[in-house]
Ligand binder design. Structure first.
Ligand code: NAI
Length: 318
């Protein structure tokens, strides 16, 4: 189950995530065609892709073996959905997160989907079965959920719908691996997929500890950045258990009862939409990062993630 190296990739919706996907596939040497409902957005996206690839080249974090200019030349725009999909072996939909909009866009794409195509949605939390139920080609669709910024965080969650053919899931996974992403495959749809289920369980405990006055917001974040985070950049929680004893069974024999006793003290999920706690937290966080400085801080984050991605790549090569 592989996608031919000279085949075309279609990107539908050319905002933030659509542009990242275009750069990732171009880095893998694929021809990419981007579509958007607004033709001026297509031109803006092409220009932005060119500038970003050239910036990455200067910073030494460009993917693939071709130059930034060669990669940018692989990406073209198209203001006609049918033509954008024509001859594509893989489609990545990247329109805003709304069931109604995704439904509309998939209905528009359906007549142009072939039995050779894999059609993925970048959806962060909507399962594909929520909007492809009436389509003739629903068996060729699935979720491929990236993590922001996907150029530097390689994980992609592949979530097949109830009708997705196994070959479609396998082809999607093989293609994403080929272009340097790191896919995981869920066996079926579940709310939050895997990443957000894990992320929310962490946020819940952080929120509850803060509400209980156990630690400051700054110290809660430090538990991750200087504690769990560095470890988790290289090994997951299950391997951590395996290495913290003589194997995972030994870990359970030694520590499972203690862990269970701690977990029994956990509170139910906090009601975060009841905002007073968030307002209190904001006052603390704003001492170091005022809301006005958030865009600057995002750039800072992306630079660090790029450096970590380069470090991981170098360590793997040794
Ligand atoms: P965005 O708002 O930056 O881009 C969406 C693009 O879709 C815009 O260029 C818009 O003009 C276009 N569009 C709107 N209606 C359209 C239509 N009918 N046909 C074609 N194009 C249309 O949104 P973003 O952030 O790129 O998100 C796209 C998808 O990726 C969403 O499902 C989102 O949940 C998901 N995602 C977003 C992440 C993020 O951090 N922003 C991370 C992972 C997934």
């Amino acid at each position: 189950a592989t996608v031919e190296p000279d085949s075309k990739i279609a990107i539908v919706g050319s905002g933030l995530i659509g542009q990242f996907w275009a750069m990732i596939f171009a880095g893998g040497g694929f021809k990419v065609t981007i579509f958007d409902i607004y033709p001026e957005q297509i031109s803006k996206a092409l220009e932005n892709i060119k500038l970003t690839l050239s910036k990455y080249e200067k910073q030494g974090c460009l993917r693939g073996s071709q130059s930034a200019a060669e990669q940018a030349a692989l990406v073209t725009g198209c203001s006609d959905l049918e033509k954008c999909l024509q001859g594509a072996s893989y489609v990545q939909e990247c329109v805003p997160e709304s069931v109604d909009l995704k439904k509309k866009v998939f209905e528009q794409m359906d007549p142009f989907i072939t039995e050779e195509m894999v059609v993925a949605t970048s959806s962060s939390c909507i399962c594909v079965s929520q909007f492809v139920g009436n389509l003739a080609h629903k068996h060729r669709t699935l979720v491929a959920h990236p993590v922001n910024p996907p150029y530097f965080i390689p994980l992609v969650e592949i979530v097949p719908g109830p009708w997705t053919l196994p070959d479609v899931t396998a082809k999607c996974r093989a293609l994403l691996e080929q272009v340097g992403q790191s896919p995981v495959t869920l066996s079926r749809e579940v709310a939050g997929f895997a990443l957000n289920r894990i992320q929310y369980s962490i946020i819940n405990e952080c929120w509850n500890m803060y509400q209980d006055g156990l630690l400051s917001a700054e110290d809660i974040d430090r538990v991750m950045t200087d504690g769990l985070g560095p470890r988790y950049a290289f090994l997951g929680p299950l391997e951590t258990m395996h290495l913290n004893a003589d194997g995972i069974v030994d870990y359970c024999n030694r520590y499972a009862q203690g862990a269970y006793n701690v977990c029994k003290t956990f509170k139910p999920p906090p009601v975060m939409y009841d905002v007073p706690t968030a307002e209190k937290m904001l006052k603390e966080i704003e001492k170091t990062i005022p809301v006005a400085k958030v865009p600057e801080r995002r750039t800072w984050r992306d630079e660090r993630l790029a450096a970590l991605a380069a470090l991981k790549r170098n360590l793997k090569e040794k």
